[in-house]
Design a binder for this molecule. Structure first.
Ligand SMILES: CC(C)(COP(=O)(O)OP(=O)(O)OC[C@H]1O[C@@H](n2cnc3c(N)ncnc32)[C@H](O)[C@@H]1OP(=O)(O)O)[C@@H](O)C(=O)NCCC(=O)NCCS
Length: 161
């Protein structure tokens, strides 16, 4: 049976630029949420990339990593490459705050379009992006490959700024 999430005091959450010092924690959280997941080197590369626009959601008390968003801003386009919230902190508005933070950074950089790929069966992420104004802009058949040989289609979502 699912339980209602305990509300999170917004003052207890900080949105911070992701730094490589936090790469191991981010990779550990990524591994809890995705299969296949990104290793520490991939996280470091993403954060160190010149086009990186990546944030973490940091709970202040008790101090812990609650989520991450890894994105790129290049020329007039931005891409959300990965977003995740620790299961125990989900459904408290953290994913929304991180995605809005990246969209804000994209606007400041005069980006015209933010896009991402999401599995067609990922209801939580799909609902989050739809509520932010993203709309379907294409698809990739069999994009996410699974260990058992099956695959899931991806939908490309885009937000024009
Ligand atoms: C997708 C994810 C990042 C959302 O983070 P979150 O902090 O739980 O989301 P929020 O609490 O900010 O919710 C924002 C909106 O997303 C939608 N949403 C979030 N979780 C949902 C769920 N389980 N079912 C349906 N809609 C959901 C709702 O529209 C919600 O708005 P509302 O609170 O006004 O109803 C989180 O579920 C996650 O980490 N999932 C696993 C990793 C993943 O799938 N990442 C996306 C890959 S593209």
């Amino acid at each position: 049976m699912s339980q209602a999430a305990i509300p999170l005091d917004p003052r207890n959450l900080s949105l911070l630029w992701a730094t490589t010092e936090r790469a191991e924690e981010i990779a550990a959280l990524h591994a809890r949420l995705f299969n296949p997941s990104w290793d520490v080197a991939s996280i470091v590369n993403s954060i160190e990339h010149p086009a990186s626009a990546s944030f973490i959601a940091q709970i202040r008390e008790p101090a812990m990593l609650a989520g991450f968003i890894i994105g790129h801003i290049a020329a007039d386009e931005a891409e959300i490459l990965s977003i995740g919230v620790a299961p125990e902190w989900q459904k408290r508005g953290i994913g929304r705050r991180m995605a809005e933070g990246l969209v804000r950074a994209a606007r400041r950089a005069e980006v015209k379009r933010v896009f991402l790929e999401v599995a067609i069966d990922n209801m939580a992420a799909g609902a989050l992006y739809t509520s932010l104004g993203f709309t379907p802009a294409g698809g990739r058949k069999g994009y996410y490959k699974h260990a058992d040989g099956t695959a899931t289609d991806a939908v490309i979502l885009a937000l024009d700024l």
